[in-house]
Design a protein around this ligand. Structure first.
Ligand SMILES: [Zn+2]
Length: 596
């Protein structure tokens, strides 16, 4: 009998090896005991303890012993292997062991029962055996079905109907033997620890979530999405209904990444729950609306700004995550060169005038201005701000959020600040001519003003001010300095790969450097969620106005004249700053090209 048990256990282990897949790469590396989340014609996605990795098919030799037919690699595909690490999942071993013990126990029961029914009629014995064998049959059916689905490329689903590992735009495939809602092993390792989360309105009052309300049926899935976004340092969440699904993407370090796809119905339920939290009219689906809510977790409170827009496949929702507790960055953390930082620091301690940060949305202007404000003496100066929204809390400053519904626009807020005896004024953004004119006037009447503007570069900022109606003489007498900036992603230290730069690459970024210089490129590993980058840093262009430049601005010099004059005075364009960061291995050529 013992021998029989051992045979069964061995058979079980052989069968269970179907459970954990093995992905063999061409370079010899093996991912064993991993779960395959999904597969398309480009690659295969596998779960690892800290997330998932997508392996391109042209790097894969075999999956579960089945050789992958080779296709020609795309001519312009990026070089460099994906994250190649050996992953061993202990949790899977433990799981298999428990299953094995249960199977042995089952066999024991079987034997005992068969022994017990000795002497009973033959039919009873047979029925007994049939009933006892049913679970085994069920398990085998389950394995067969699972293999069939993986072969057909259908991704497994969880109970919430969430589909893991679908390619963008790909529809969830037809449901199989057990319907589409079977929770299967693929998610065993990827499941996250549940974290307590409370919802608050903007005033900090707790929102009572009643799951029995029809618009709140999606709250659990919504909670999961919010939790994932926060733990992945995302700045925005996009929920986008499509013809046959609802795509969820996160913006991390400035780049959008697809996270999961809900079924369309589930996606709409999640959007409805989030709308309810943000106090947006749930029934209104055509008009663009916006609202807010706050989430309280163990780590603190995080604000979410929700905005909806009606699109062809339904209502799209974007949530902006405002984590004010992440803290203001220091001047030294922005990525400025030392000499530039010292000049910048000198100018921000001026008594009056205006200091501008320029760049597109999401270029880090606000972080830079906060870093500057945090350098000022907040005990002795009255620092006041008008912002939309207040992105960070600055201790010792009075921060006023724009609230159009309550009549607090940039313009109105600025007017009220002027009556509060300010020394330093921070205007989140000079969005319109009126706000710009008030800010400039404040700067000309003995206040130090910080603000930001959409402009392509430092000299372009002066042009932009004149475009929105600020007079030459006002610009020339008020403007102290312009810091134009962009953000580039920082290469992941764990996996960046050194290579010799080619001539074309160097000429593309306008760099006269002999080819063969070793620089770095992105690869992707577990630390960086196989993105290859982690965090961002700025590339800057600093223009401090001196007498000669002021005179030229006052005389209405055109952009070209000003640019030449600034270059003569040592203004270095972003790219040069970017190139320096490429050479020191902080970022890649692609990032600098993309950003500048
Ligand atoms: Zn990495």
């Amino acid at each position: 009998m013992q021998g029989f048990k051992l045979v069964v256990l061995a058979a079980f282990l052989v069968v269970s090896s179907l459970f954990a897949s093995e992905v063999k790469l061409k370079n010899g590396k093996v991912y064993s005991d991993v779960t395959i989340l999904g597969r398309d014609d480009q690659g295969v996605e596998i779960a690892v303890p800290h997330g998932k990795i997508k392996l391109p098919l042209d790097k894969v030799e075999s999956i579960d012993g089945v050789t992958i037919p080779q296709t020609e690699p795309a001519a312009n595909s990026l070089p460099g292997p994906m994250a190649l690490v050996y992953v061993h999942r202990w949790s899977m071993d433990v799981f298999l062991l428990v299953m094995g013990l249960m199977a042995m126990g089952w066999i024991g029961v079987l034997i005992w029962v068969q022994h017990d029914v000795k002497g009973m009629p033959e039919e009873i014995k047979r029925t007994n055996a049939d009933v006892l064998l049913l679970p085994v049959l069920g398990f085998v059916m389950y394995l067969v079905e699972r293999q069939r689905r993986l072969r057909e490329g259908e991704a497994p689903r969880t109970l919430t109907g969430r589909v893991a590992g679908l390619a963008p735009g790909e529809a969830p495939k037809k449901r199989g033997l057990f319907g589409g809602r079977t929770k299967i092993a693929a998610n065993l390792g990827a499941r996250k620890r549940r974290v307590g989360m409370e919802f608050l309105d903007v005033d900090g009052n707790e929102i009572q979530v009643r799951k029995d309300m029809p618009e709140m049926t999606g709250i659990e899935a919504a909670r999961e999405v919010l939790q994932d976004a926060m733990s992945e340092r995302a700045s925005d969440i996009h929920l986008e209904p499509q013809a046959d699904g609802c795509r969820v993407r996160f913006r991390v370090d400035g780049a959008l990444q697809e996270r999961l796809i809900f079924t369309r119905a589930d996606g709409l339920r999640v959007v409805a729950a989030l709308k309810t939290l943000a106090q947006i009219d749930v029934a209104e689906k055509r008009r663009a609306q916006d609202g807010r809510f706050r989430v309280r977790t163990e780590g603190g409170e995080v604000d979410f700004r929700a905005a909806t827009a009606s699109a062809i496949h339904g209502e799209k929702m974007v949530l902006r995550i405002l984590d004010r507790k992440t803290g203001v960055m220091g001047l030294g953390d922005l990525g400025m060169r030392k000499d530039m930082m010292e000049r910048f620091d000198r100018v921000i301690h001026s008594r009056s005038g205006i200091i501008l940060a320029a760049g597109p949305t999401g270029s880090g202007k606000t972080s830079t201005l906060y870093a500057a404000l945090s350098r000022l003496d907040r005990k002795r100066l009255n620092i006041m701000s008008i912002e939309d929204p207040v992105e960070y809390e600055l201790e010792g400053a009075t921060q006023i959020p724009v609230n159009v519904k309550a009549g607090v626009t940039y313009e109105a807020g600025l007017r009220s600040i002027m009556r509060q005896d300010p020394d330093v004024i921070f205007v989140g953004e000079m969005r319109d001519a009126e706000a710009a004119k008030i800010a400039i006037r404040a700067a000309l009447t003995g206040h130090l003003v910080f603000s930001s503007l959409h402009a392509k570069n430092a000299v372009g900022t002066i042009m932009r001010l004149e475009e929105i109606g600020v007079e030459h003489y006002q610009v020339s007498s008020a403007l102290l300095m312009v810091l134009a900036q962009r953000l580039v992603r920082v290469l992941c230290r764990e996996c960046r790969e050194a290579y010799e730069a080619t001539g074309t690459e160097l000429s593309e970024i306008g760099l006269a450097l002999e080819p063969g210089r070793r620089i770095y490129r992105a690869v992707g590993c577990e630390t960086c969620d196989s993105i290859g980058y982690r965090g961002r840093t700025g590339i800057f262009e600093l223009l401090v106005l001196d007498e000669e430049l002021r005179k030229a601005v006052n005389e209405g010099a055109n952009e070209q004249v000003l640019a030449e004059m600034a270059a003569r005075k040592g203004l270095r364009p972003y790219r040069e700053d970017g190139v320096e960061k490429i050479l020191s291995g902080i970022t890649s050529v692609e990032e600098v090209i993309r950003a500048s």
